[in-house]
Design a protein around this ligand. Structure first.
Ligand SMILES: Cc1cc2nc3c(=O)[nH]c(=O)nc-3n(C[C@H](O)[C@H](O)[C@H](O)COP(=O)(O)OP(=O)(O)OC[C@H]3O[C@@H](n4cnc5c(N)ncnc54)[C@H](O)[C@@H]3O)c2cc1C
Length: 389
C-alpha cells in the first residue's frame, strides 16, 4: 500500500491543499527570495492568506475561522512551506500557538475580542514564553505579573517572539507566584497598542528571515483581570498544551521544506551531467535521493498521524503529546538531512543565492530548535514512554 493511500483525503482536504498549493506557487514562490534577502515581513501575502482562511484554519466559523480540521491545517501549511518557510512560520504561530490557546482556554468574551480578528486574518497573533535567560527551562522565567486590585502589573523582557514586531495581540506568560516555579506561571492576553508594551530589538537570523522576530518589553503594563487566560497558575499547563499543537505545525513545516529541497534535487540529478552522464546515474547520488525520499515519506506518516491524533483528542480528550513530539523530532531532522544533501547534490550552484536550495538549508535548521529543541522532544518522548510526567 502506498503511503498516500494510508491517509485517503476527503474532497475538502484535497481542495484546501490545492488552494494552498496554487497560492504558494503563484504568489509566494516568486517573492520568497527577495523577502528573505531583505528580511522584510511579507504583510501583503499574509493579509491575502488571512482572506483565504489560512490564518485560522481550525477555528470554528462561529469565531471567524475556516472551521476545518487538523489534517486540513497540516496539508495547507506543508504547501505554504514548500514555497517559503517564513510565510509558514507566521501562519503556524498564528494558527497553532495563538488561536489554538484561545480556542481551548479562552472565555466566550475573550474569543470574541481576541480570537475573531486574528482568525479572520484582520489582526496578527503571537505567543511569548521564551526569555533571554530561559528557553527550554521555561519554569525559570523572570517576568513578573503582580496583582493590583482588578488588574495585573506586568514587568519583564521576553525574547524570540515570532511576529513580535507586527503582532496586534500576544499570549504572554509571566510569573505570578515565583516560589511555585512552573506552577506559578499565568497566561495573559496582551494588546500591543497599550502603554507599557514596548517592541524590543529585532533578532537577526540565519533563516526564516522574512518572519519578523524580536524581543518585547513590559514596563508596568496593566493587564485587566478579563485579559487573564485561564486561572492564575494555569500558565505552564496552557503553554505546554499549546506547544503540543504547535509541534504538529512545525513538523508540517519541516515536511514542506524537505519536499521542496528533494524535488529540486531530483530535477537537478536528472539534468546535470558530469563525466559523460547524468549525475543521477552515479550510485552515490542515487543513494542520497533514495534516503531523502524514504525519510520524507516516513515523516509524512508521522505528521499526518499526529494530525489525526489531535483530531481524535477533540472528542476523546486523549492527549497527543507523544505523536506531536515524534512527528516534530523526525520531520525536523529529516528537513535538515534532506536540505544538507540537496546543497551537496547541487554542487557549487547549491551554495548560490541564484537557487532556493541554500535558503531551504538555512530555513530547515530552525525546525530543530523552536517549539522545543530535538533534545527536548527526545525528553518528552522518553518521559511519555516511561510513564514519567
Ligand atoms: C527564529 C526563532 C523563533 C522563535 N519564536 C518563538 C516564539 O514565537 N515564542 C517563544 O516563546 N519562543 C520562540 N523561540 C524560542 C525557542 O523556542 C527557544 O530558542 C528554544 O525553545 C530553545 O531555548 P533556548 O534558546 O533558551 O536554548 P536553551 O534552552 O538554553 O538550550 C541550549 C541547548 O541545551 C539543550 N538543552 C536544554 N535543556 C536540556 C535538557 N534537559 N536535556 C538535554 N539538552 C538540553 C538544548 O536542546 C539546546 O541544545 C524562537 C526561537 C527562534 C530561534
Amino acid at each position: 500500500m502506498a503511503v498516500k493511500d494510508l491517509f485517503p483525503l476527503s474532497e475538502e482536504h484535497q481542495m484546501i491543499r490545492q488552494a494552498a498549493r496554487d497560492f504558494a506557487q503563484n504568489e509566494i514562490n516568486p517573492i520568497a527570495a527577495e523577502y528573505d534577502e531583505a528580511g522584510i515581513f511579507p504583510m501583503k501575502t499574509i493579509k491575502k492568506m488571512g482572506e483565504m482562511g489560512f490564518m485560522g484554519i481550525e477555528v470554528p466559523e462561529a469565531y471567524g475561522g475556516a472551521g476545518m480540521d487538523t489534517l486540513a491545517y497540516v496539508l495547507a501549511l506543508e504547501e505554504i512551506c514548500k514555497a517559503d518557510a517564513s510565510h509558514g512560520t507566521i501562519m503556524s504561530v498564528n494558527n497553532s500557538l495563538y488561536c489554538s490557546g484561545l480556542l481551548n482556554f479562552g472565555s466566550e468574551t475573550q474569543k470574541e475580542r481576541f480570537l475573531r480578528p486574528v482568525a479572520e486574518g484582520k489582526a496578527i497573533g503571537a505567543y511569548s514564553l521564551t526569555e533571554p535567560m530561559s528557553g527550554s527551562d521555561a519554569g525559570t522565567m523572570r517576568s513578573r505579573a503582580v496583582r493590583n486590585g482588578d488588574s495585573y502589573l506586568i514587568n519583564g523582557r521576553k525574547s524570540w517572539v515570532t511576529s513580535g514586531p507586527v503582532a496586534n495581540f500576544i499570549v504572554v506568560f509571566a510569573m505570578t507566584q515565583p516560589e511555585k516555579k512552573h506552577r506559578g506561571v499565568t497566561a495573559f492576553l496582551i494588546e500591543t497598542d497599550k502603554p507599557g508594551f514596548i517592541r524590543g530589538k529585532m533578532e537577526p537570523k540565519l533563516g526564516i528571515r522574512a518572519s519578523a522576530t524580536s524581543e518585547i518589553v513590559f514596563e508596568d503594563y496593566c493587564a485587566p483581570m478579563d485579559c487573564r487566560l485561564g486561572e492564575e497558575g494555569d500558565g505552564f499547563k496552557i503553554a505546554m498544551s499549546v506547544l503540543d499543537a504547535g509541534r504538529i505545525g512545525i513538523a508540517a513545516q519541516s515536511l514542506g521544506i524537505a519536499e521542496a529541497a528533494y524535488e529540486a534535487s531530483l530535477a537537478y540529478a536528472r539534468e546535470r551531467e558530469a563525466f559523460g552522464q547524468k549525475i543521477g546515474q552515479f550510485q552515490g547520488i542515487g543513494f542520497q535521493l533514495a534516503d531523502m525520499k524514504t525519510r520524507i515519506e516516513a515523516s509524512r506518516l508521522l505528521v499526518y498521524n499526529a494530525a489525526l491524533a489531535k483530531e481524535r483528542w477533540k472528542t476523546t480528550g486523549e492527549r497527543f503529546t507523544l505523536e506531536a513530539s515524534m512527528a516534530k523530532l523526525f520531520a525536523s531532522e529529516t528537513a535538515m538531512f534532506v536540505t544538507h544533501a540537496a546543497v551537496q547534490i547541487h554542487g557549487g550552484i547549491g551554495y548560490s543565492k541564484e537557487l532556493p536550495v541554500e535558503r531551504y538549508f538555512r530555513d530547515a535548521k530552525i525546525t530543530e530548535i523552536y517549539e522545543g529543541t530535538s533534545e527536548i522532544q527526545r525528553l518528552v518522548i522518553a518521559r511519555q514512554e516511561l510513564g514519567l510526567r
